[in-house]
Ligand binder design. Structure first.
Ligand SMILES: NC(=O)N[C@@H](CC(=O)O)C(=O)O
Ligand SMILES: [Zn+2]
Length: 432
């Protein structure tokens, strides 16, 4: 038994080629122009783009502790709909992912209730309080793929340096939320045009760039692999570019919202535009796009951060930071950057598949014979408006409601099993 994905459009060295893919067990067994076989289940994906399953290294699944916002079941269902086959989940849960028991709980739940593969990140400090390091060796043993205090910055340089030394020994990346608490003082939006106009407290760019600068110095001193979360500033990009040129082991991720929106796009007191880091200036946004294009920024992540409708109705000043992103990420990247000619399709797909796999040393992210069968099928033609009410996520907090986008995933296969399939694939892409 096996499955044949029939007549999909594959990217082969930047060119689109129509090919069949035979999947048996959890592997891609064969890729060829025509694969036949009576024993196989045939899924006709004619005319659809077939890519490696997307990998998102920054997702908040909220479980344990904040199940009203999201659960492992709903968050991974949302991932599957967005074409993601692997998600790394951030440790700012309750309890924080700071013990092997919590890592095991998440892996167990993901196995029982999850639609896609879940890779937990372990905390750097106990309860993410920045006071005491976690037992990182034990966390690694339990299965974490990286170490992060995401949600807050590691304030102490000494603690960050100690963490990096241990991370080097364990062969784990340090994934850093870059934010200097002494510079934010209750800010809720970027310190700039919008904060001044609205009379809201601002978060200056330096709150991020000071940590990036500090940590690049520490990464160089310790030899750690230092990965920057949701980079949002032009000066941050400049620091990373310079560090990479000097051979420092630094990598970075960026979110679609920071590439597409800036503070001047915020219509008013609407917390669907509130996230951390905040939407910055036009100049920052342009620098992020240029940084992703030239490889200074390695990958695209969503920073999927669901909150309840009630929480988000509290307005810019009081609502929690964060927007959902799993179900709009690829359509946004495709519509805003591929269709406009700013990026090639291959560039965008690579930054959501092969590159994160390479950076985090994961055995996913490619379509080739012998590879693990993580596959995403995408309809590049149909335009659809973003409607949060249709999301599988519990979170509906997005600034992209009503945006007309193309590039919607229609099928997601994880480890050889179809994790999700759009209803309308049945009409055009019949399953036998
Ligand atoms: N990005 C956000 O705005 N919020 C994240 C935290 C984080 O990723 O820093 C969250 O957990 O809600
Ligand atoms: Zn963060």
């Amino acid at each position: 038994m096996g499955t044949i994905l029939k007549n999909g459009k594959l990217l082969v060295n930047g060119e689109i080629v129509a090919l069949d893919i035979l999947v048996a067990g959890n592997k891609i067994v064969k890729i060829a122009p025509q694969i036949e076989g009576a024993d196989y289940k045939i899924v006709d994906v004619s005319g659809k783009l077939v890519t490696p399953g997307f990998i998102d290294m920054h997702v908040h699944l909220r479980e344990p502790g904040f199940e009203a916002k999201e659960t492992i079941a709903t968050g991974t269902a949302s991932a599957a709909r967005g074409g993601f086959t692997t998600v790394a989940c951030m440790p700012n849960t309750r309890p924080v992912i700071d013990t092997p028991a919590t890592v095991e709980l998440i892996l167990q739940k993901a196995k029982e209730e999850g639609s896609v593969r879940v890779l937990p990140m372990g905390a750097i400090s106990v309860r993410e309080l920045g006071k005491e390091l976690t037992d990182m060796a034990a966390l690694k043993e339990a299965g974490v793929v990286a170490l992060s205090d995401d949600g807050v910055g590691v304030q102490s340089s000494k603690m960050m340096k100690d963490a990096m030394h241990i991370a080097v020994e364990l062969g784990l990346p340090i994934v850093a939320h870059c934010e200097d608490d002494s510079l934010i003082e209750g800010g809720c939006v970027h310190e700039g045009v919008f904060s001044e106009k609205q009379g809201l407290k601002g978060i200056p760019s330096e709150a991020e760039t000071i940590h990036i600068g500090r940590d690049i110095i520490l990464a160089e001193a310790t030899g750690a692999h230092y990965h920057i979360c949701h980079i949002s500033t032009a000066d941050g990009v400049r620091l990373v570019r310079d560090a990479k040129q000097r051979g420092v082991k630094v990598t970075a991720e960026v979110c679609p919202h920071h590439l597409i929106l800036c503070d001047e796009d915020i219509p008013g007191d609407d917390a669907n535009y509130k996230m951390n880091p905040p939407l910055r200036s036009q100049r920052d946004r342009d620098a992020l796009v240029a940084g992703l294009k030239d490889g200074t920024i390695d990958m695209v992540v969503t920073d999927h951060a669901p909150h309840t409708a009630e929480e988000k109705q509290r307005g810019m000043a009081l609502a929690p930071f964060g927007i959902v992103g799993l179900e709009t990420a690829f359509p946004l990247m495709y519509t805003k950057f591929v269709k406009t000619g700013a990026f090639t399709l291959q560039e965008v797909v690579d930054r959501m598949t092969k590159v994160p796999a390479d950076v985090f040393n994961l055995p996913y992210g490619t379509i080739e014979e012998g590879a693990i069968a993580d596959i995403t099928v995408i309809d590049l033609e149909t335009e659809k408006e973003v409607d949060p009410q249709t999301f599988a996520s519990k979170g509906h907090n997005t600034p992209f409601t009503g945006w007309k986008l193309a590039g919607w995933p229609v099928l997601t296969m994880v480890d050889g099993v179809i994790a999700w399939q759009a209803d309308d694939l049945n009409g055009k892409g019949e399953v036998h």
